[in-house]
Structures are given as C-alpha cells and as structure tokens.
Design a protein around this ligand. Structure first.
Ligand code: SF4
Length: 77
C-alpha cells in the first residue's frame, strides 16, 4: 500500500484525490490518508503530490506511525 505522511499536514492540495483510480483517499484530522485495503499500489498519486507526502510502504518514510494513522483514519469512513 501507499501511505500519506507528515508533509500532508495542513496541505490544501487535493491533486492526489483527483488521480486515484479507486478513490481510496479519505479525510483525516488535519491531512488526507490512504485506506491500505483499498489502495491498489498503482503509484499514480506519488508524482501528483505537491508536498511529496506519499510513500510506498516499502520505503523508510512509511513508518509504523504513519501506517497506523492512515488505517485508523481511513477506517472511520
Ligand atoms: Fe490511489 Fe494508486 Fe495512490 Fe494507491 S497508489 S492511493 S490506488 S493513486
């Protein structure tokens, strides 16, 4: 899965939401999150994010903290 991280906090862009083919972005408390069970790992959102906030879970930036936070907030919907 892909995961939204720190740089998204208070970001006002929604370019990622517009390009996601499966609409798996959701509103968190002060940032967007990706639902890990819905993301199809296409990677299309990564270059669209002006804040460079989105990473694959294979990358070191996708820490357990961000993985947990994305799942927690995406599951609320
Ligand atoms: Fe959506 Fe693809 Fe980004 Fe996953 S990697 S959140 S499916 S655009």
């Amino acid at each position: 899965t892909y995961v939204v991280t720190e740089n998204c906090i208070k970001c006002k862009y929604t370019d990622c939401v517009e390009v996601c083919p499966v609409d798996c972005f959701y509103e968190g408390e002060n940032m967007l999150v990706i639902h890990p069970d819905e993301c199809i790992d296409c990677g299309v959102c990564v270059p669209e994010c002006p804040a460079e906030a989105i990473f694959s879970d294979a990358e070191p930036q996708a820490t357990a903290h961000w993985l947990d936070l994305n799942r927690k907030h995406a599951d609320q919907w």
